[in-house]
Design a protein around this ligand. Structure first.
Ligand SMILES: NC(=O)C1=CN([C@@H]2O[C@H](COP(=O)(O)OP(=O)(O)OC[C@H]3O[C@@H](n4cnc5c(N)ncnc54)[C@H](O)[C@@H]3O)[C@@H](O)[C@H]2O)[C@@H](O)CC1
Ligand SMILES: [K+]
Length: 510
């Protein structure tokens, strides 16, 4: 029934700074000289610069560690290519150690003090002040330099991360350099993915510095970027043998009269994302409203008390509960009743907020067949203080999933999907056009539809985030959630085609 995606083809991992240090050390143990890694890192930055800008007066700001060492490589390669280059150093060059000292020794031009750096003399500035070794807020000359860069209209290229940004963290307490281009090495770091740090990076490219295969050994489950072909999509083919019941049954709980729109969006998204049969379970007072606004979606009146019985009657493959459901005790009871049946469930919006006063009651009932889909406000209600206490949304979602026992999909420009066993994925395939009312209801419906079709919850959530993101790219300007529904089939088709192409290439490559 599904295009069977190769689970053995994980996307590129996200590495924290400690993981990057371990990967570097592994390369060295395998016989790659650390100087070679630094030369490749600097060459990667220099080539990225030359691919984007013609020669122009360039300043290279070099710090006291290996990030500065990369800077000396960049200075040498740009100068060899005919660029007018001036190097500025934070601190005494004679104090450099190891590889950085070696690379500084290969730079035969002058080195000026960072104190004398004047932005207006340069059209391009390379920020090689601090990378993975940043251990405190910028101050002194580095702070002054970062401020003067912000005031001027020259191109800024950050080496590894903009100085002042900690590679592991999404936030920046103090000042940081604002770059137009950030060139990092081997793998993305959390700071490249999440705002506000991400906004300081500008365009981001990852350079392969030749760390040999095998670096993942002992690294545990690394966060992974969701990408094709590692997602699972419903079959978009024309197989005549399929029956609607065989394509998955999805139930969606409708809200009170006047508020059924959100659930209707989820239900319709479920159909568009391939569920064979979608039923809106309606409080009696909402039945007419829901039924009169639905064609392909079925509607069913439900009784006040026995939600578990209702579910056993309909036997859905998955349930979406929460969109527009209303913050009241009945909803709480229904969420707990649904969870007690073990049905696969997407808990969204009100189904999360309604437990703000007692998240533990929810956590006690949750299991790994459930997916919670909070935005940051809802996440904060369920896990007070966790976002602030975490280095990045990656860590927050991972901890939230482990605390709650359910899959957590934390929405944002970069959406994190975490499984209670520690697996984490990040979806960055998403258009800003998705930031429109009702977009989250559509996502909940897509996740539910994929689960109803037999895709395991964690994989359904990652795949749905990617498909929803793709649909965003098909949205016209000013597109609403209704328009988003309309483009889900086109998004499915284009992803299916691309998936097929990649798998064919993969087979041919073997
Ligand atoms: N380890 C490796 O093999 C490789 C490292 N590379 C580069 O090396 C970088 C990491 O190098 P390092 O670990 O030496 O770290 P950094 O070069 O980022 O900085 C470390 C130095 O800065 C000082 N420092 C930290 N924060 C400061 C602050 N706010 N104000 C003043 N001084 C501060 C530290 O005491 C230390 O002397 C990476 O970001 C990358 O650019 C690349 O060359 C690729 C290979
Ligand atoms: K930097």
């Amino acid at each position: 029934m599904f295009k069977n995606m190769a689970a053995t083809m994980p996307g590129p991992e996200v590495l924290d700074c400690a993981g990057m240090t371990r990967a570097d050390a592994f390369a060295v143990r395998q016989g790659v000289a650390s100087l070679t890694l630094m030369e490749r890192a600097g060459a990667g930055v220099a080539h990225a610069i030359m691919a984007r800008w013609a020669p122009r007066p360039a300043a290279i700001l070099c710090g006291p560690g290996n990030n500065g060492g990369d800077g000396y490589v960049i200075a040498r390669l740009l100068r060899d290519a005919g660029w007018p280059v001036t190097v500025f150093s934070l601190g005494d060059v004679a104090a450099l150690k190891g590889d950085a000292a070696h690379m500084a020794g290969l730079w035969t031009g002058a080195v000026k003090s960072l104190d004398s750096f004047k932005t207006e003399r340069f059209a391009l500035v390379v920020d090689a002040l601090f990378g993975a070794g940043l251990s405190r807020l910028l101050d002194g000359m580095a702070l002054k330099a970062s401020r003067s860069l912000a005031e001027r209209d020259c191109a800024v290229v950050a080496v590894d991360v903009p100085s002042g940004v900690n590679g592991d963290e999404s936030g920046s307490e103090g000042a940081c350099v604002k770059a137009d281009l950030t060139v990092t090495f081997h793998r993305l770091k959390p700071a490249h993915l999440f705002h506000p740090a991400r906004a300081a990076c500008g365009e981001i490219i990852v350079v392969d510095i030749g760390i040999p295969d095998g670096w993942r050994q002992g690294a545990g489950a690394l966060p992974e970027i969701v990408q094709l072909p590692g997602i699972t999509l419903p079959d978009t083919g024309h197989d005549r043998a399929v029956h609607k019941h065989g394509k998955g049954r999805l139930c969606v709980l409708a809200g009170p009269p006047g508020a059924t729109g959100a659930a209707r969006l989820s239900a319709m998204a479920g159909l568009k994302a391939g569920a064979g049969l979608v039923t809106l379970l309606c409080p009696p007072a909402s039945l007419m409203e829901a039924a009169s606004a639905s064609l392909a979606v079925m509607t069913k009146s439900i009784r006040e008390d026995d939600f578990a019985d209702t579910l056993s009657l309909h036997r859905p493959g998955a349930l979406v509960i929460g969109p527009g459901a209303g913050l009241n005790e009945t909803l709480k009871a229904r969420v707990l009743a649904a969870l007690s049946t073990g049905v696969q469930a997407v808990l969204d919006a009100d189904a999360l907020s309604v437990f703000a006063d007692d998240p533990k009651a929810l956590f006690a009932a949750l299991h790994d067949r459930a997916v919670l889909t909070p935005h940051t406000g809802e996440f904060e209600r369920l896990f007070p203080g966790l976002l602030d206490a975490s280095a990045s949304p990656l860590e927050a979602a991972r901890a939230g999933s482990q605390q709650s026992g359910a899959n957590v999909l934390l929405k944002g420009p970069a959406t994190v999907i975490a499984h209670p066993d520690g697996r984490v994925a990040v979806n960055i395939h998403a258009s800003g056009r998705l930031a429109t009312a009702g977009s989250g209801d559509v996502l909940a419906g897509i996740i539910g539809a994929l689960m109803a079709q037999g895709i395991a919850p964690f994989q359904a959530a990652r795949s749905a985030a990617f498909l929803h993101g793709e649909a965003g790219y098909h949205l016209p300007p000013g597109g609403t959630a209704e328009d988003l529904l309309a483009v889900i089939p086109a998004a499915l088709e284009s992803l299916g085609r691309e998936q097929e192409r990649l798998l064919t290439l993969n087979r041919l490559g073997r």
